[in-house]
Every structure is written in structure tokens, then in C-alpha cells.
Ligand binder design. Structure first.
Ligand code: GLP
Length: 242
């Protein structure tokens, strides 16, 4: 596992944005997944500026969903799709086909899974995935102890239910998530896991120390040669002597 450590959140966000731009330049028809949540917000803003202001052809890129809260779609502020819309997609000139996202409010969630699985299969896997890490080590909504392969509907862990209120204006009673599965994440040609801030230091340390186990979902990434960790100093600091 290659570990990249940055002075602060801004440098971390710039480095991850660089990876996305590099990917688009190298393979203009890339399939790219970027997590929702707070961690990638800086990256999304840098990306939206750079894609608009630099001469980069992103017209063939497809952005694929990582996850969504079941019962929510882009109309709820704080949903994964809304966050990506607001911070990236809306400012770009994208066709409808360039964004393939789980609709957590769809009547048939199995069809939502199939739609995403088909797009990923047609491309022979994702080209780049930018992941965040949950406080319990989850990736997307792959919660500890749950083994998924392809897109799946997963019961939310208690920790996730406690943390989720930070995303929403009102208290929501959400019980499930819809997420890419481990097989799809691990098959990505490049995997970036980003984390910032002191509150993530504990779980980052656990991920590093843990054996590879579905009980610590992010530890599964250590199995892949395509995986790199991108963290800031605060997320690294727990057991380090500075
Ligand atoms: C959320 C999402 C993940 C996200 C992770 C970290 O619950 N399901 O996709 O990467 O947890 O979120 P944050 O970046 O807000 O800490």
C-alpha cells in the first residue's frame, strides 16, 4: 500500500484532483467514481474549477455512483447525488449519459443495481475510484461484517446512523444504503482512499494495523496493488511522534 501524506486538507484535495485530471487526460473515456460525503468536497471544487478553466476534454468521461441512501435521490439536500451535483456535475457541461447514479428512491432497487453493474461490466471495470472512509471503516455503504460482490442494498450500521445527521437539514430515519460491492471497488484500475482530519486518525490506524478482513472494510483494499492511501497530517497523527 502506498501512503501519500499531505500537510493539510487543501494539499490533499489538490493532489486527489490531480489524479482525476491525469486520469481524464490519459483516458478521455474513463469511468470514474467519486464518493459523496464531506471528504471529497475540496477535491470536487478544485476539479470543477480546473475542468472549466483548463483545456481538458471531459466530454467522454462517465461518472458512476459509489453509493446512495435508500429512499433518497438528488432532491434531498445531503444525499450523495445532490452533493456531487452541487459541487461538480452542475457546473460542468455533462450529458445525461455521463452521470450514472443510484436512485435510492427508485421503486425497484434491484434494477438500480443492475443498471450500475451493466455500465461497469461494459467498460471492463472502473478506471479510477476515489473513496472516503466511514468512522467504522466502511467503504461506500459496505458496512463491517457484510460481504458484497456487485452493487447491493445493505443495512446501515449503528455508527453510520449516528453520523449521518451531519449531512441533512432535518433528522431522517434511514435504514439502508445502496452501494458498489467489493468486487467492483477492487477491480478498479486505480483506487484512492482519502481521509482528512483528526477524527479519522483512529480508523486509519486500525485499517493499517488490521489483518485483511471484512470486519474492517477499508482493510480489504490492502489486497490490491492499485490502491493508494491519501491522507493529511491530522489523519495520520494518532500514533506518530512529531
Ligand atoms: C459515508 C458514505 C461514504 C463516505 C463515508 C465517509 O457514509 N457512505 O461514501 O465516503 O461515509 O464520509 P465523510 O467523507 O463524510 O466522512
Amino acid at each position: 500500500m502506498k501512503e501519500n501524506i499531505f500537510k493539510d486538507y487543501n494539499e490533499l484535495s489538490e493532489a486527489v484532483a490531480d489524479q482525476v485530471i491525469k486520469q481524464i487526460k490519459n483516458k478521455p473515456d474513463s469511468l470514474i467514481t467519486i464518493a459523496g460525503g464531506e471528504t471529497p468536497l475540496g477535491t470536487l471544487q478544485i476539479l470543477s474549477n480546473r475542468l472549466l478553466n483548463e483545456d481538458i476534454d471531459y466530454s467522454k468521461v462517465t461518472f458512476v455512483s459509489l453509493d446512495e441512501w435508500v429512499s433518497l435521490n438528488e432532491s434531498t439536500v445531503g444525499s450523495c447525488r445532490e452533493s456531487l451535483n452541487t459541487n461538480l456535475f452542475d457546473s460542468l457541461n455533462l450529458t445525461d449519459e455521463q452521470v450514472v447514479f443510484f436512485d435510492g428512491d427508485a421503486e425497484n432497487l434491484t434494477d438500480e443495481c443492475k443498471q450500475i453493474d451493466d455500465v461497469i461490466n461494459r467498460n471492463d471495470g472502473l478506471d479510477l475510484i476515489i473513496l472516503g472512509i466511514g468512522m467504522n471503516g466502511h467503504l461506500g455503504f459496505n458496512e463491517p461484517g457484510i460481504i458484497t460482490r456487485k452493487s447491493s442494498i445493505v443495512k446501515l450500521a449503528d455508527v453510520t446512523k449516528q453520523v449521518m445527521n451531519k449531512y441533512f437539514d432535518e433528522e431522517l430515519k434511514l435504514t439502508h444504503g445502496i452501494t458498489l460491492g467489493y468486487e467492483q471497488i477492487l477491480a478498479s484500475k486505480k483506487i484512492v482512499l482519502m481521509a482528512n482530519g483528526a477524527r479519522k486518525a483512529n480508523i486509519i490506524q486500525i485499517m493499517k494495523d488490521s489483518e485483511i478482513s471484512y470486519d474492517v472494510p477499508a482493510s480489504i483494499l490492502k489486497d490490491s496493488n492499485n490502491f493508494e492511501l491519501y491522507i493529511d497530517e491530522e489523519a495520520r497523527r494518532l500514533n506518530e511522534k512529531d
